[in-house]
Ligand binder design. Structure first.
Ligand code: TPP
Length: 432
């Protein structure tokens, strides 16, 4: 027996679901957190907030995923079809095919030892819907599986391939692993390997956008695995309390390398965490480009107009291995992967949507695949022949100007290389 003092009873979480109206997408249901819920805890004085019944809050209802189009490419409720023009839909589909083809060629190139590393997007191609819903001013913070955003924004095949070869044309000057793209021109922040670092950065960038009064938001992608990092919590809380216009976009593909999501969390995925931080949240079908498009568009509008963060969790499946350093047959059934690839493939879904409208044919498919394959192989051959970045770039760009100790180290290295040409062949490096 024990006695419970009234003051010790606290209601831990009060989740309120509301239907928030948006001018264009009035019926997307978001788990919304009302403004006065964000009042400080110091407001816990009025007696109606206290009860004398001891009640632990148990598992909440699973947040359902918003879907527009099923696996046959059929739109379930025509009101939710974003009704993009033929040109816009073809841009999305062609971007998917380009990404898919590039993934195939560069993955094989790593297997042949021609590049050092690669990561594919198989199964997650519908994410391109998020790219279509943004404007070029929106700042992107990716994890590493977001080349779709760059494809959509016009990063050229040469730019992709030069980065993967770490050659002298790579913007990072060979100092990052392949797929760590970045583009100032396209408002895409350079990828960094340590998981989760982009999350507080995106919150900070959003706060800067808020202060400057820009008509833009930041969009931060991460996997459900990265959401286990402390940076995830810091980033979400910072954006929520500072009311910053950022869209947190979790690609929940079921795996963090070999760890299935069932071993990553006990709660209701990542969506439940957004609600916990007082952030309006939606879960979507991650294989449905139109669900992703509608949710991102609505989230952008809310983030900018209402100056607050929004969280989207897209439920999908990683069909490819985690990276070229992984063999997923060691921890999951090959059959399961094949079934997912066949039955619920985001590329096939969009293709069926196009075919239902008579906007695409097998001939167009064959011709387009052939064309992009040729373009990628041409870029590939040219990039492979390029020199590596000049050795001096081992030292540049950390500071605006080289510091005295870096100058000393640089000179020491260059002298060493000159002294022992039999060990250090510099032919394959650019001279400046
Ligand atoms: C801080 C940190 N810890 C561990 C790693 C190693 N690592 C790289 S990717 C990855 C899994 C991430 O999974 P998830 O975020 O779900 O993204 P996915 O690869 O599934 O797209 C891990 C553990 C890392 N890069 N950084």
């Amino acid at each position: 027996m024990f006695q419970l003092r009234r003051s010790a009873v606290r209601c831990l979480v009060q989740q309120r679901r509301a239907f928030t109206s948006f001018p264009k997408l009035s019926s997307i249901a978001m788990s919304s957190v009302a403004e006065n819920d964000s009042k400080p805890v110091a407001g816990w004085t009025c007696t109606d907030k206290f009860v004398n019944e001891m009640k632990f809050i148990q598992k909440q209802e699973t947040v359902q995923a918003y879907r527009v189009m099923d696996h046959t490419g059929t739109v379930l409720n025509p009101e939710h079809d974003p009704k993009l023009s033929k040109e816009q839909v073809l841009k999305c589909y062609e971007s998917m095919i380009l990404l898919h083809t590039m993934d195939g060629i560069l993955y094989d190139a790593q297997r042949q030892g021609r590049i050092s590393f690669y990561m594919t997007h198989y199964g997650e191609e519908a994410m391109i819907g998020s790219a279509a819903a943004l404007t070029p001013q929106d700042v992107i913070f990716g994890q590493y599986r977001e080349a779709f955003m760059l494809v959509y924004r016009g990063f050229s095949i040469d730019e992709f391939v030069n980065q993967c070869f770490s050659n002298e044309l790579d913007y990072g000057k060979g100092r990052q692993m392949p797929v760590h793209y970045g583009s100032k021109k396209l408002n895409f922040q350079t990828i960094s390997s340590p998981l989760g670092t982009q999350i507080p950065q995106a919150s900070g960038a959003a706060y800067a956008l808020k202060l400057s009064g820009a008509d833009a938001c930041s969009l931060c992608f991460f996997g459900e695995g990265a959401a286990s990092e402390g940076d995830f919590h810091a980033g979400l809380n910072m954006a929520a309390t500072l009311k910053s216009p950022v869209i947190f976009f979790c690609r929940n593909n079921g795996f963090a390398i070999s760890t299935p999501s069932s071993e990553q969390y006990k709660g209701d995925g990542i969506a439940s965490r957004g609600i916990g931080y007082g952030i309006d949240t939606i879960r979507v079908d991650g294989n449905d480009i139109w669900a992703i498009y509608n949710a991102t568009k609505a989230a952008r509008e809310m983030a900018i107009k209402e100056q607050k963060p929004v969280l989207i969790e897209a439920m999908t499946y990683r069909i490819g291995h985690h990276s070229t350093s992984d063999d997923s047959t060691k921890y999951r059934d090959r059959k399961e992967v094949e079934e997912r690839a066949q039955f619920d493939n985001p590329v096939t879904r969009l293709r069926r949507y196009l075919e239902n409208k008579n906007w695409w044919s097998q001939e167009q498919e064959d011709a387009y695949r052939k064309k992009v394959k040729k373009e990628i192989l041409t870029s590939f051959t040219a990039a492979e022949k390029r020199k590596k970045p000049a050795i001096k770039h081992l030292f540049t760009d950390v500071y605006d100007e080289l510091t005295p100790n870096l100058i000393r180290q640089q000179n020491e290295l260059l002298e060493l290389v000159k002294k022992y040409p039999e060990y250090y062949n510099t032919d394959e490096f650019a001279s400046s």
